[in-house]
Design a protein around this ligand. Structure first.
Ligand SMILES: Cc1cc2nc3c(=O)[nH]c(=O)nc-3n(C[C@H](O)[C@H](O)[C@H](O)COP(=O)(O)OP(=O)(O)OC[C@H]3O[C@@H](n4cnc5c(N)ncnc54)[C@H](O)[C@@H]3O)c2cc1C
Length: 242
């Protein structure tokens, strides 16, 4: 079952208002959403909400990850990009300030429930940084942040989202390393795979690290299998494929 199908539970539908819109690039946007009842959304870093997308001929439900950390308060942030032929994503781009969005959730098991005590590696591409950003901020705020590396691949420098934030964190937190990787779209996962193999598979025999991987398509599974096949424990390799 994919996460898109896994949340047809009886959780109540909630309504949020668009409080702010931020364009990262011409095809990537963040919406800042505030529940209209004044409540605060409680969630774990990495979780998503399910948004009801009301098209003229169908209503579809699509998951969008909460990109802000749980301590970020209200409004919370979702971040998304245009998808070729993606009518759900287009609908989200049509939302304006003050519009309402109906959602259920939060949902999802790709979470950082407790901050790892061991070195933690984050692998992401483009918008799939959303859950990873929430996790890194969460871990960085903890009393004992682990050694963390973010290897973040995108097809252009401007598609490295939250760059200033990651650079600033890397400058002030000695244990956080930020490494953007700019590659053609078709080579993003090959690039992530090559670097992962070089550093954390062939580089040493340490298999105590934890990994959080998020991205679009089967490259995520290939990374997971590479790490598990190299001897990392199943529970240490967390992943989510969109
Ligand atoms: C757990 C989960 C969390 C998600 N969180 C986010 C999020 O925070 N931000 C976000 O932009 N999307 C996210 N997605 C994807 C999102 O739910 C939609 O699938 C996406 O917006 C396309 O929906 P659509 O109805 O426009 O297109 P559809 O017609 O449903 O097209 C889906 C196709 O687009 C591909 N796809 C999905 N997401 C992307 C993407 N971001 N870029 C390029 N291709 C994509 C899928 O693999 C699939 O082939 C998430 C998906 C999952 C499963």
């Amino acid at each position: 079952m994919s996460p898109s199908d896994s949340h047809t539970s009886s959780r109540p539908t909630r309504t949020a208002r668009v409080e702010r819109i931020f364009d990262h690039t011409s095809d990537t946007r963040s919406l800042f959403l505030a529940p209209v009842d004044g409540s605060r959304l409680r969630y774990l870093p990495g979780q998503f909400i399910s948004i009801a997308i009301t098209l003229p001929d169908e209503t579809r439900t699509r998951p969008y990850t909460i990109a802000s950390p749980p301590t970020g308060g209200t409004p919370f942030e979702i971040c998304f990009n245009r998808v070729a032929g993606g009518r759900g994503a287009d609908w989200l781009f049509d939302r304006q300030l003050g519009h309402s969005v109906e959602f259920t959730g939060p949902y999802g098991a790709f979470t950082m429930e407790s901050v790892p005590a061991v070195e933690t590696i984050f692998l992401a591409d483009a918008t799939a940084i959303a859950p990873i950003r929430a996790m890194i901020q969460h871990a960085a705020e903890s009393t004992a942040p682990p050694l963390m590396t973010l290897l973040y691949a995108a097809r252009s420098p401007e598609h490295i989202l939250y760059r200033a934030e990651f650079e600033s964190l890397a400058a002030r937190a000695r244990g956080f390393h930020f490494e953007p990787l700019i590659l053609p779209q078709s080579e993003l996962y090959e690039g992530l795979r090559t670097e992962t193999e070089r550093r954390w598979v062939r580089g040493d025999g340490n298999r105590s690290r934890h990994f959080y991987i998020c991205g679009i398509g089967k490259g995520v599974i290939a990374l997971r299998d590479l790490l598990r096949g190299a001897g990392y424990e199943r529970r240490a390799v967390h992943y989510e494929q969109w």
